[in-house]
Design a protein around this ligand. Sequence first.
Ligand code: PEP
Length: 254
Amino acid sequence: MTPSPCIVAGNWKMNKTVAEAKSWLARFLESYQPSPRVEVQVYPSFTALHTMALLASDRSIRVGGQNIHDEERGAYTGEISAVQLREAGAEVVLIGHSERRLHAGETDAMLARKLTAAIHAGLQPVLCVGENREDRQAQRHEDVVGLQIERGLAGWEPSAGIPLIIAYEPVWAIGTGMTATPQDAGAMHAHIRRRLEKLPVHIPEVRILYGGSVTPDNVAELFATPGIDGVLVGGASLDALGFLEIVRAAQRLR
Ligand code: PEP
């Protein structure tokens, strides 16, 4: 069986106009050589998603949304459904990024519903989990992340047929320049796998990404760490050439 490719994903957050997204893509594609060992994903804002999907998908780049609502349609002003996102060209979607948990009050129960909505629409979900600084200092990070996994996946349907991606992103590492050590990241990835095995449903083929201040300078040691199946990159993905460096490191090391 061919092993699943590792993933390098860029989360642009609330950055880039459509014009800026197009020029990022043009710069990236000037030198990008796809490889079957590395899957590249980009998460633009909703406004640029359709354009990016049209321009990028035939160049081996999967485009994703940063959020969805759990309902398919209705009176939810300002929201976007999984079906709408899929139709706009998204193939993947972030569920429960810590900035959404923090700023939009998303709970694990809401995320479980979003996960189901994503799967029903044919979108591959990326469930984001991670402890905050206090949790880590108090040594309860494994419990916190374990519960996020258990509750977020409460509605997982074994028949989904869509492989799950989990992104472990310690909140204290996001946008701070403080990356988790490869040992800490590797230990948490192993913990997540153990936790997945204890779930009442069997979820095959889960890939687990690390996210939190990943840059071209620190990506090599992360890729050298067993159990890390890829990276979710925020700030450093905004620069096309910096992101390309990370992709190339993955291609070299995997
Ligand atoms: C993120 O937002 O998912 C992220 C990992 O951000 P950064 O790389 O900037 O820490």
